[in-house]
Write a protein that binds this ligand. Structure first.
Ligand code: XMP
Length: 483
């Protein structure tokens, strides 16, 4: 064969099927199957190996919250100002917590109207009230949104609050479970936690507890907050962006470069980690070959993102003529790390159209999949649904599309001149699909089923045990996109 043509045959999702194997899994829904996975070194495990893509029609705070509640994680896109992106991260981190260690605080002289304004910015159902000009840990009462209804807006909080003497508190060290018992006995919804000197340490709320009960598999950081990722690029302000995201307690940075094999990847990782002192783990990409994988690893990344061209709104293969069929890309990258004592976690990005693709990606060696187009039609994606010929749709666009470039110009990103650039992404309408939770259940169920066919109890076993049959490219009716 001509040496310009690489050996082997590129395999996409439609070119393979998982081989069924002897299996002791009796029920795919039971606890014989564990979907926990590591998406980058240094990031706590998530419980569903599914990540929503850093696209501006897919992941902002609402999507990231829903993803993390259901055990996955969302990566907030970077096509907004540094402040806005850090704010989106902060919204996810502040959504749920075991203990509120930074409760909303106002002085006694603040009015109900002040408190309402304040809580618009920090959505909580209460404020802790203190005496004097500065909060020193001592507090004099609590005012809830229900209390706001009994007086005029200009009434001071001292008038409507429940004073400290009548408040139930719990000592530092009380567990959430015990605090819930105490709140239930006293018919209250919030209970401040105090130290030995009676100073405020935090607040437990029934609402937080309800979320923990409702979402037992939520992806939580070491402090019990929802986990979230955020994308950064290689623009001049991306160093500042990385610091702002780190300060907002972002759990994972995703270094987002269409061709991760460029020098930018190594340079940016060096700027961030060695010069900038960024400690947040960074997954870098996208690459799709053994060479690219080794370059990312040698550049000091904590994880690798794999996929050149498989995306639903991607035109790279058409415009640049470059790309690697996604199963081959995953196999090659996983193989490049096969002898490492701690292989870089691999996120397979793009091309998932139906539940079986998740099983195939993980079987080929991915630790998690990133999904864009399939989630763009959900309630939680940015933008409102629109009606087209009587049915609801939402817009989805490639981040290298002409539309997205125009939007990027509006936030000062002029790195690409749309007049000289052939867009490598397109804009499309996608059917409105309701809540993302429903799709996640379908994807998780498909993965569990795939694992039971392979006899894999964990994501690690799935990566290890899976074997594929090569099949001729999808007979159209065999590909069943999610409804
Ligand atoms: P899916 O198939 O889930 O893929 O929609 C999501 C991934 O597609 C990539 N992406 C692009 N690739 N041009 C591209 O070549 C684009 O304009 C574009 N926008 C998104 C990206 O990796 C995403 O996670």
């Amino acid at each position: 064969m001509n040496e310009k043509v690489l050996p082997g045959q590129g395999l996409g999702f439609a070119n393979v099927l998982l081989a069924p194997q002897r299996s002791d899994i009796r029920s795919r829904f039971g606890d014989q199957i564990d979907l926990s996975t590591t998406i980058a070194h240094g990031v706590p495990q998530i419980h569903l190996p599914i990540i929503s893509a850093n696209m501006d029609t897919v992941t902002e705070a609402n999507m990231a919250i829903a993803m993390a509640l259901n055990g996955g994680i969302g990566v907030i896109h970077r096509f907004m100002t540094v402040e806005d992106q850090a704010q989106e991260v902060a919204r996810v981190k502040g959504y749920m917590r075991t203990i509120e260690d930074d409760p909303p605080l106002l002085p006694e002289t603040a009015t109900i109207a002040d408190a309402q304004l304040f809580l618009n910015k920090r959505p909580r159902g209460y404020v802790i009230v203190y005496q004097g000009p500065l909060f020193s840990g001592a507090f004099s009462g609590i005012a809830t949104t229900r209390d706001f209804l009994v007086e005029q807006p200009d009434a001071p909080l001292s008038l409507i609050m429940t004073p400290r003497e009548q408040m139930v508190t719990v000592p530092q060290g009380t567990t959430l479970e015990d605090a819930v018992g105490i709140m239930t006995n006293h018919r209250i919804e919030k209970v401040p936690v105090v130290d030995g000197d009676g100073k405020l340490v935090g607040v437990y709320t029934l609402k937080d507890n309800e979320l923990f009960q409702r979402f037992p598999h939520a992806s939580l950081d070491r402090e019990g907050r929802l986990m979230v990722g955020a994308a950064i690029g290689v623009q001049p302000n991306d160093r500042e962006r990385a610091h702002a995201l780190e300060n907002a307690h972002c759990d994972l940075l995703v270094l987002d470069i269409a061709h991760g094999g460029l020098d930018y990847t190594g340079e940016m990782l060096n700027v961030l980690k060695n010069e900038g002192g960024i400690r947040t783990p960074i997954s870098a990409g996208n690459v799709a070959t053994r060479e690219g994988a080794i370059y990312v690893r040698e550049s000091g990344a904590d994880g690798v993102k794999v996929g050149v061209g498989p995306g639903s709104v991607c035109e790279t293969r058409n415009v640049a003529g470059a790309g690697v069929p996604q199963i081959t890309a995953i196999l090659e990258v996983a193989e490049a790390f096969a002898n490492d004592s701690q292989p870089l976690p691999l996120i397979a990005d793009g091309g998932v159209r139906e539940p079986g693709d998740v099983s195939k990606a993980i079987g080929a060696g991915a630790d998690a999949v990133m999904i864009g187009g399939l989630f763009a039609g959900t309630e939680e994606s940015p933008g409102e649904p629109i009606t087209v010929e009587g049915t609801l749709h939402k817009m989805v666009r490639g981040m290298a599309s002409a539309d997205a470039l125009e939007a990027r110009k509006r936030i000062g990103d002029t790195s690409t001149d749309p007049r000289k650039y052939a867009p490598e992404g397109k804009t499309m309408l996608t059917p409105y699909r309701g809540r993302v939770e429903k799709i996640l259940h379908e994807l998780a169920s498909g993965l569990r089923s795939g694992m039971s066919y392979v006899g894999a109890h964990t994501i690690g076993e799935m990566k290890e045990r899976a074997r594929f049959y090569r099949v001729s490219p999808g007979v159209p009716e065999q590909r069943r996109p999610l409804q």
